[in-house]
Design a protein. Structure first.
Length: 261
């Protein structure tokens, strides 16, 4: 089942997430966060862009089992809407989210973001292969091409990691929900420091979207660069920037990840 099909079904009472979107013993976190994001947007007034998400990964979401998405509009003010969302499976909350939506407002403050660093074009870089039983199952849906740092479990100790990303099968359009999934596709930036496979997972994630946003085509390559701020005692703290194909900043990301190795 393709990503757009899953998004289309999120308004139903229950959605079954296929094994092809798995990530180890769970479902790919970017997919479940994207489903809740899409449902949240459906209860907000028109003209209010998604500004920020706060995501807590409470527990693993099993594949091939139904999930329900619950959302509540907490407040809708003159310019800003606050929404709470949860993904529930077998009566247990597996993911909790808070989202802020806001319309534009007049302001004298205007500070341009730094543009993307110069890197090799994605077309000349090898894709991360999908290897059944080795890479996460969801990699068969998302194309990632490294430009910063090393691959997971390569023993490279750089602070940076990332590269180009897009869906292997272009969606109808590149929405906020699609961006959520793409951004979360990258492994934790601490994994290249390890020399052999070990479990790791996101504990919490904050994502901020930047506006005005340039128009994005469905098949555009986006650039991701994560930096490790600090890691120790089994936890890593990272931040990341995401740029569009024209080099303009699209989003800012922060994560706390757990590392069992």
């Amino acid at each position: 089942m393709q990503f757009d099909e899953l998004l289309a079904g999120v308004a139903q009472e229950a959605v079954v997430l296929p094994a092809s979107w798995g990530q180890g013993r769970a479902t790919f976190g970017g997919l479940v966060a994207a489903l809740v994001t899409r449902r949240m947007q459906q209860v907000v007034a028109d003209g209010r862009a998604l500004r920020s998400l706060q995501i807590s990964f409470v527990g693993p979401v099993a594949v091939e089992q139904p999930v329900q998405v619950e959302v509540e509009l907490l407040r809708e003010g003159k310019a800003v809407s606050q929404v709470q969302g949860r993904l529930v499976q077998a009566g247990e909350v597996k993911l909790a989210m808070l989202a802020s939506f806001g319309g534009d407002r007049a302001s004298q403050v205007a500070v341009a973001a730094d543009t993307a660093p110069a890197v090799s074009a994605p077309e000349g870089l090898p894709p991360m292969p999908y290897l059944a039983g080795i890479t996460p199952e969801f990699v068969q849906h998302i194309d990632m091409r490294w430009t910063f740092g090393g691959l997971p479990f390569s023993g490279q100790t750089a602070r940076e990691m990332g590269g180009w990303m897009q869906f292997r099968e272009s969606p109808e359009q590149l929405t906020d929900a699609h961006l959520v999934a793409l951004i979360d596709a990258w492994p934790p930036a601490v994994l290249p420091h390890l020399k052999q496979p070990a479990p790791a997972s996101s504990l919490s994630w904050t994502l901020e979207f930047v506006y005005p946003r340039p128009a994005l085509a469905a098949g555009d390559w986006l650039l991701y660069r994560a930096t490790i701020d600090q890691a120790g005692a089994g936890y890593g703290h990272t931040q990341a920037q995401i740029w569009g194909p024209d080099g303009n900043l699209l989003a800012l990301s922060r994560q706390v990840v757990t590392v069992f190795g």
